[in-house]
Design a protein. Sequence first.
Length: 60
Amino acid sequence: MGEFTDKMKAAGNKVAGKVKEEIGDMTDNQKLEAEGKAQQLKGSAQDVKGSVKGALGDDL
């Protein structure tokens, strides 16, 4: 996967995670809220991976 693909997946995970977190918070569903936070962290990691690929090339 290239830099662009990683960054797009990151954005998707961040948005989906935020939605899950907010719904979990509104419905007092701690499991869903935690899943949302975890998904946002996954998105952040993918974003970093994409940035590294952009700096070093897509050979990673």
